[in-house]
Ligand binder design. Sequence first.
Ligand SMILES: Nc1ncnc2c1ncn2[C@@H]1O[C@H](COP(=O)(O)OP(=O)(O)OP(=O)(O)O)[C@@H](O)[C@H]1O
Ligand SMILES: [Mg+2]
Length: 241
Amino acid sequence: MPELLRFQDVNTHYGDLHVLKDVNYTIGQGEIVSLLGGNACGKSTTMKTIMGVVRPTTGSVIFDGVAIETMSTAERVKRGIAPVLEARRLFPRMTVYENLEMGAYTRKRGPDFNQDLERVYSLFPRVKERLNQVSGTLSGGEQQMVAIGRALMARPRLICMDEPSMGLSPLFVEQVFEIIQEINRQGMTIFMVEQNANMALSIAHRAYVLQTGKVVLSGSAAELRRDPSIREAYLGELQVT
Ligand SMILES: Nc1ncnc2c1ncn2[C@@H]1O[C@H](COP(=O)(O)OP(=O)(O)OP(=O)(O)O)[C@@H](O)[C@H]1O
Ligand SMILES: [Mg+2]
C-alpha cells in the first residue's frame, strides 16, 4: 500500500513543554488509522502538526513524498489535507450551505461542485434539510456532520479528525462512525484521534497508542483489540488474574 503521510522523528514543543517525542507514524493510502491515548498525551498536537498549526522543532512530516513541515496551512490544504478538528470550527454565523461552499474554496467552482454537494447530501440527509440554518444553532451532532461534509467538499486525499465522537450521543456516534467507514470505502484515507477506543478499533485498520508524547504501541486494530494492556487501559476491561 503506497504511503500517503509519514512522521519522521517528530518532536514538538510549546515553550519548554516537550510534547511529541521522536514520533513516527506512517499512514498508507486508503487506510483508516486511529490515534489512541489518554488526556494531554499529544493527540491534538499531532493533528495540529499535520495541519501546520504547530511546527515540529525537529523531524519531518512527509505528505505524498514531499516534506510539508515548513508549509503554511493553506498550502497543505491545497495539497489535499482536510481537517475536522476539535470543537469543529465551523463558521458559526454562516449557514450550512455557506460552510459547505467554504470547504470547496481551494478548487474552481464547476460541475464538480454540485456533484460533491449531492454526495454530501446523500451521506447526510439531515444536512440537506438544514442548508439555510445558521451553523451556530445546529446541535453538536449536526455540526459534526457539516464539518465532515465541509472537509469532503475540498476533495481531499487525507482527512484528519480530532475526536469525531466527542460530545455526541451514542446514536450519533454510531452514525458518524458508519459515515467515516463509508467515506473510507469510497477511497478516502483517514487519520483519526479517538478516546472511544472501542469504536475506533472497530473501524480502523491500524492504530497507534501515544503515552506522554511517545508512541508506545502500534499495530493492526485486530492485534490491539487483543492486547491486554489496551483492553485494560482503553477498552474499560479489568485484567483477570
Ligand atoms: N498552545 C499551547 N500552549 C501551551 N501548551 C499547550 C498548547 N497546546 C497544548 N498544550 C499542552 O500540550 C499537551 C498536549 O496537548 P494535546 O492537546 O496535544 O493533548 P491531547 O492528547 O489532545 O489531550 P486531550 O485528550 O485532552 O484532547 C498538554 O499538556 C497541553 O496542555
Ligand atoms: Mg485533544
